[in-house]
Design a protein around this ligand. Structure first.
Ligand code: NI
Length: 168
């Protein structure tokens, strides 16, 4: 397995719209194992392939305390979305930034598993938020896009400073 580099905002590659996976192959399974390892290492609770510069519709998550419940969604699609909830989100591509975002409360998601088998899952609370956040990545969207222009400007400055420090 290998640790993958996670792209950071405002890297334009994060804006790429990912294409659907036509067939789940061993190469995808290797990618998924690497994505999970990279997510655990970060540490984070969700990661989209877009964040590691692979523009295919794959997301991984694990909301457990001990990395014991990996979830994989290939070609995820939300078929039902209801209600509203607001919670604080963060993102491995926007390190150190947390902000409140409005999301659907309940979602029903259809996807393929690592063997290419279709499944359906109903999600609420944190899992629902995480699914919506990661699926946004596949469409080139980031949680900071939901912020007010003023808050967004603060995020831009913070990230600019971070990347300047990296370069020096
Ligand atoms: Ni994210």
């Amino acid at each position: 397995m290998a640790l993958l580099e996670i792209l950071e905002y405002p890297d334009p590659r994060l804006r790429t719209v990912a294409r659907p996976v036509s067939e789940v192959t061993d190469a995808h399974r290797t990618l998924i194992a690497d994505m999970l390892e990279s997510m655990y290492e970060a540490p984070g609770i969700g990661l989209a392939a877009s964040q590691v510069d692979v523009h295919e519709r794959i997301i991984v998550m694990d909301l457990s305390d001990d990395c014991s419940a990996p979830l994989v969604f290939i070609n995820p699609d939300i078929s039902v979305a209801e209600g509203k909830q607001t919670s604080e989100e963060g993102c491995l591509s926007v390190p150190g930034v947390y902000a409140k975002v409005d999301r659907y409360k309940l979602v029903t998601i259809k996807a393929l598993d690592v063997r290419g088998k279709a499944f359906e899952l109903e999600a609420d609370e944190l899992l629902s938020v995480c699914i919506q956040h990661e699926m946004d990545h596949l469409d080139g969207k980031l949680f900071v896009d939901y912020l007010s222009p003023l808050k967004r400007k603060r995020v831009d400055k913070k990230m600019e400073k971070r990347h300047k420090q990296d370069d020096s």
